[in-house]
Design a protein around this ligand. Sequence first.
Ligand code: SF4
Length: 138
Amino acid sequence: MQKISYSNVETTCIYCGAGCGLNVQVLDDKVIGVLPAPSHPVSQGQLCIKGWRAADFVNHPERLRTPLIKVGNKFVESSWDEALDLVSARLAETAQAQGPDSLAFLASAKCGNEENYLLQKMARAVVGTNNVDHCARL
Ligand code: SF4
């Protein structure tokens, strides 16, 4: 039997704030699995069921790989620049027409602390609303 040689990339699980350590197994630039990082200070070689399945989405055929913009009743693939320009323009239009508190920003436990920090910063400092919440509170 031929031995498969893959590399491990140590990272942090994204599914909750516990911050368990993962070794992502990579073969030919493709993620093929996940194992617990044995000496990680938080998880010490353990993962919950979500951590064990952390990489299942990476190669899933239905994974979204590009932004989608709704045109009429259809979603159309777009570039990131196009999608972000549209979101930015719509946020500005809404804030100007109806006031900043007509908007709300919902953060996600699937994002890291840094992304969630930036989202609330954008809401408060750029848009001018304190309407910020997080899915973990729902
Ligand atoms: S392995 Fe489970 S407990 Fe650990 S960070 Fe991931 S989701 Fe949270």
